[in-house]
Design a binder for this molecule. Structure first.
Ligand SMILES: Nc1ncnc2c1ncn2[C@@H]1O[C@H](COP(=O)(O)OP(=O)(O)OP(=O)(O)O)[C@@H](O)[C@H]1O
Ligand SMILES: Nc1ncnc2c1ncn2[C@@H]1O[C@H](COP(=O)(O)OP(=O)(O)OP(=O)(O)O)[C@@H](O)[C@H]1O
Ligand SMILES: [Mg+2]
Ligand SMILES: [Mg+2]
Lengths: 219, 219
């Protein structure tokens, strides 16, 4: 499903280039459940953004379902992303003036599914992450862990084949973390591919495979 | 130092009142190192905001250093907060267009200390949290854990007597978490009072006392 070949990612601050990813090669098959681990600043989020088509490598190739994504325009990437990839961001990126329910419904804007069906699915997902009684709350009226769970529900609205979650349990107590990881296990059992970036050992233990990132490359 | 007596905090969404804190009574002495734990949504951040003078109780009393804070105006609270309380927010609240160094220097705007001295202290703090080579980066150019550490350094600029940290290691790997907690232990050994909200057992183990919050009250 995912094939990265000698991927580099370099940023420039003023004139100084910073190599954030160096020679990353990685293969992830459809249906896998992978935990991406490594120290703070090692490149995990950067790698996840490239996999999720939110960023492009500076060098190397990324083949998604056998297609070289460097050949695709920004619009094509965006379409591909919206229908088949669900992304949980490390800093959530919820819309502050919209309710939890409307935040979850956001990816549905580009979906062919009818509105009432999307609404039903959004409510069901919010219930699944324990927020049935918080649907009308805005992000500023939610706890950190509740905001994180809204971001999770949103990533799953379009039932994507690939779910990329950056620290999905970072703000959650152990009981709620375990509930979220069982939800992921269930989704994985339905054939979805899941990649979770996590610092938490307990969270990583739910995945079926671990990939260690260190200093911008795969250890 | 801190004395909460029968504190309530209730919010209203539309017409429905939600009691987020109910009858919270708590005493914390100067120089203590307390871990505040509890499930997601239980009221920890709300409690920390009240202690940090960022929010007011709906009922009950809060005595800070023997003074009833309900008697103080918003300006007086703000002055008190800036000089003697350092706050690490669960979602950091860094200024996106300012560098890490300038973010750390922000509380210095109200300090009587000379600029060069504040600058030296800010650089030292950034080095202490492992970000000596990231001082000129803006928040969008930093990893989640790096942003969290900038927020930590900022909270310590004015050498406050009371440090309140909401999930200070939520985005950090175990090695970096341990470094941050040793830094807190060092600061506590110098007589500062520290209250840390955390979901992480390892982080909580560094504190000298634990307070459990459950359903808006102290268990
Ligand atoms: N402005 C608000 N209006 C209404 N409800 C609110 C508001 N702010 C917080 N709440 C509610 O108060 C409860 C406690 O929130 P708080 O942020 O204190 O929880 P927490 O213990 O810090 O949780 P977490 O561990 O997830 O960060 C939550 O159920 C939340 O929905
Ligand atoms: N836009 C950018 N410009 C320059 N450097 C960047 C940029 N974005 C990220 N970096 C740097 O890339 C490195 C890796 O960042 P990344 O966010 O991928 O780390 P991470 O492994 O997710 O860390 P964490 O566990 O703290 O979230 C960091 O050192 C960061 O400073
Ligand atoms: Mg990250
Ligand atoms: Mg909180």
């Amino acid at each position: 499903l995912i094939r990265l070949e000698h991927v580099d990612k370099t940023y420039r601050i003023a004139e100084t280039p910073t190599a954030v990813l160096r020679d990353v090669s990685l293969e992830i098959g459809a249906g896998e459940f992978v935990a991406l681990q490594g120290p703070s600043g090692s490149g995990k989020s950067t790698l996840l953004h490239i996999i999720g088509l939110l960023d492009r490598p500076t060098a190397g190739r990324y083949l998604l379902r056998g297609r070289d994504v460097s050949g695709l325009s920004d619009d094509e990437l965006s379409g591909l992303r919206n229908q088949s990839i669900g992304f949980v961001f490390q800093s959530f990126y919820l819309i502050p003036y919209a309710t939890a329910l409307d935040n979850v419904l956001l990816p549905g804007l580009y979906s062919p599914a009818p509105q009432h069906q999307l609404r039903q699915r959004a409510e069901h997902l919010l219930a699944q992450v324990g927020l049935a009684d918080r649907m009308r709350h805005k992000p500023s009226q939610l706890s950190g862990g509740q905001q994180q769970r809204v971001a999770l529900a949103r990533a799953m609205l379009n039932d994507p084949d690939l779910i990329l979650a950056d620290e999905p349990t970072g703000q959650l107590d152990s009981k709620t973390s375990a509930e979220i990881m069982s939800l992921f296990a269930e989704v994985n059992a339905n054939g979805k591919t899941i990649i979770v970036v996590t610092h938490d050992e307990e969270t990583a233990s739910h995945a079926k495979r671990r990939v260690l990132v260190q200093d911008g490359t795969i250890a």
